[in-house]
Design a protein around this ligand. Structure first.
Ligand code: BTN
Length: 234
């Protein structure tokens, strides 16, 4: 279904795909045991020691209307994969997966632009699989191993990829509506007060809904705001 490239170590699976985009096919997956310069959202570092699952998927969609939703689909698939191992994770909009407030997985998507046109999307996923001590990562985090799940990362990767590629064509064609219900079922913040941070700006409000576009509808003191990007501080 998709070609998987395995490495012992890389600077970043994101960087690898971006540097080789022209030689590689749509749906190529690259995974590595460790990364020396793993990257997270908002230019944060992603500590990538042995035991974690680090992979990126190269996508060359013919239609690019719903790129942000591709990342949300990947988050949902990681959640559903963990559920197959009897873990009860939830989604932290837009694309974190957590268990009891601790981060299990983070996703970073980056577009590739050539001659002023978006030609590809690289979706990078870091899942805490077998680490036994995540105290160094700078935020509450948990691994599947710490939750009592013993799974080979290659097996977990395959489950995630199967789920992802089952829904990807429909998502590219129709966008967030095809996953909205499943996503909302795993998003426990609806009706709750949350803070959304984007750079230096933080907005407080009640999470009212996820729109058909996958954006967050936040009831603030100034009215209903549509949040396109940010980090939930919960
Ligand atoms: C985040 O939560 O900030 C996103 C973290 C994304 C980390 C993954 S690990 C595989 C891929 N390669 C990287 O350098 N980053 C992503």
């Amino acid at each position: 279904m998709s070609n998987i490239l395995y490495f012992e170590t890389l600077d970043s699976t994101q960087t690898y795909l971006k540097e080789h985009v022209n030689e590689l096919d749509d749906k190529t997956v690259v995974t590595t045991e460790t990364q020396t310069a793993g990257r997270g959202r908002f230019d944060r570092q992603w500590v990538s020691q042995p035991g974690g699952l680090y992979f990126s998927v190269l996508l060359k969609p013919t239609k690019i209307d719903f790129l942000a939703n591709v990342t949300q689909l990947m988050a949902l698939c990681v959640c559903q994969a963990a559920e197959q191992y009897a873990v009860q994770p939830n989604l932290k909009w837009p694309n974190d997966v957590q268990v009891a407030g601790k981060k299990l997985c983070g996703i970073l998507s980056e577009t590739i632009t050539q001659q002023g046109r978006i030609t590809a999307l690289v979706v990078g996923v870091g899942v805490n699989i077998a680490q036994q001590d995540l105290s160094h990562v700078g935020q509450p985090a948990v691994s599947l191993r710490e939750l009592g799940v013993h799974v080979a990362k290659e097996d977990f990767l395959q489950v995630v990829l199967n789920l992802f590629f089952q829904s990807y064509p429909a998502l590219v064609a129709e966008g967030f509506p095809i996953i909205r219900l499943a996503y909302k079922e795993r998003f426990p913040f609806l009706g709750k007060q949350i803070v959304v941070k984007n750079g230096a700006c933080a907005v407080t409000g009640i999470a009212r809904d996820l729109s058909p576009a996958g954006t967050l509808l936040l009831q603030t003191k100034d009215g209903l705001q549509e949040i396109l990007i940010g980090d939930l501080l919960v």
